[in-house]
Write a protein of this length. Structure first.
Length: 122
């Protein structure tokens, strides 16, 4: 059975979609922008942006009863691929062992510097 996941610990979606979906033993987290859910602001640096986007993912996962250690797949979309090393350094703080697979794509996000989504298996 499909369960919609919403939490005030992640930004409200900017479109017609859920923050996350839990179905059977899997959690799908929608692309999380680097928006601080408390202030609605996007920090200046890619390091801060990455930290906030990954924290948003962590919070959606926790609302679904999962944790970062359960993540099996991450997709990252970077407006500026030259920021990859900075992004990757912060990413390593969140995923330390049992690393999920990951795809990183450079693309135009229409004003959003980065977006990260994830799939977790419980």
């Amino acid at each position: 059975m499909k369960q919609v996941i919403n939490t005030n610990m992640a930004p409200v979606p900017g479109g017609h979609f859920s923050q996350g979906i839990k179905m059977n033993n899997r959690v799908y987290v929608a692309g999380q922008p680097p928006v601080d859910p408390e202030t609605g602001k996007v920090p200046e640096t890619v390091e801060e942006q990455t930290r906030i986007a990954l924290t948003n993912i962590k919070n959606v996962l926790e609302a679904a009863g999962a944790k970062l250690e359960d993540v099996v797949k991450v997709n990252t979309y970077l407006t500026n691929v030259e920021d990859f090393k900075k992004y990757d350094k912060i990413y390593q703080e969140f995923f330390t062992d049992n690393l999920p697979v990951r795809t990183t794509i450079g693309c135009d996000l229409k004003g959003i510097p980065l977006e990260i989504d994830a799939i977790a298996e419980l």
